[in-house]
Design a protein around this ligand. Structure first.
Ligand code: 6GU
Length: 252
């Protein structure tokens, strides 16, 4: 997979992506990240990339032409057709289903805005999709681009080692992850749940499923529709709430 990042601070994104799982995915040849700076496509003595908005108001708007030329150069750097994604709080909110879709693409171009945004005509003409990473405001799209890259990189075949398997992550099955424990078994902060040391694999899987269901119910009720739970899952959740490991905040 190839990701081109169009940004006034492309090194910010490429640097962040050079460590950990994402860095290793690049070393393994599973992912290539290239930065492109619209400043290098700006003309005139001042190499302007932004201007004051028509109609007045605070902030600056990124100019069409340097961005368009930069984007054009990024597109032509590789033969494959690319999906152009503009990172903006006005976009559709990113979730794991969207990440899975993006991770299957051979090429993405991530367009990062700074200032108040970019000229709407450039968005209409060049952008395939607008994405947000949540309901809060960042000063630019760079952190969001790094988030997208991290999330898609870990889904590339061979990016994770066996011990890091993605299939058990939070959200892969629409639920939050279960709690995790390691040695020592007994500690002044508490003991490890017995079932995890039982060697009973079915019992462990059942406990983990129950914890995932229970935590999701308590912490992220928006992720669970009780009507859609299987009979078995509903029983696990009822038992979880009845056992009262946590104070139940919702009842069916
Ligand atoms: Cl994609 N960009 C900016 N600037 N702020 C955001 C965002 C993106 N997603 C959430 N907040």
């Amino acid at each position: 997979m190839r990701v081109d990042v169009v940004s006034l601070f492309p090194e910010f994104v490429t640097q962040m992506s050079s460590h950990g799982v994402v860095g290793r995915a690049q070393e393994r040849g599973l992912l290539a990240i290239h930065g492109w700076n619209p400043r290098e496509y700006a003309t005139g003595n001042y190499r302007r990339v932004d201007e004051r908005p028509f109609g007045g108001g605070p902030g600056m708007v990124m100019l069409i032409d340097p961005l368009r030329d930069c984007l054009g150069a990024a597109r032509q750097a590789d033969a494959g057709p690319a999906k152009v994604i503009y990172l903006t709080p006005q976009g559709q909110r990113l979730n794991q289903a969207k990440v899975r879709d993006l991770a299957t693409r051979e090429r993405l171009i991530l367009l990062c805005g700074r200032y108040e945004g970019i000229d709407e005509r450039l968005i209409a003409a060049e952008v395939d999709e607008e994405l947000s990473i949540g309901d809060y405001v960042l000063s630019g799209g760079e952190l969001a681009a790094a988030v997208v890259i991290d999330a898609v990189a870990r889904l590339q075949e061979g990016a994770l080692n066996d011990s890091e398997s993605a299939t058990q992550d939070s959200f892969e099955d629409g639920l939050l992850d279960c709690p995790h424990f390691t040695r020592p078994v007994e500690h002044e902060l508490g003991d490890v749940p017995h079932v995890l040391m039982s060697g009973n694999h079915a019992g462990i899987a059942r406990w983990r499923r129950q914890q995932s269901l229970g935590r999701t119910w308590l912490r992220r009720p928006d992720l669970i529709d009780p009507e859609l739970l299987s009979v078995a899952d509903r029983q696990l959740l009822e038992d979880f709430l009845a056992e009262g490991g946590f104070p139940p905040v919702r009842t069916t």
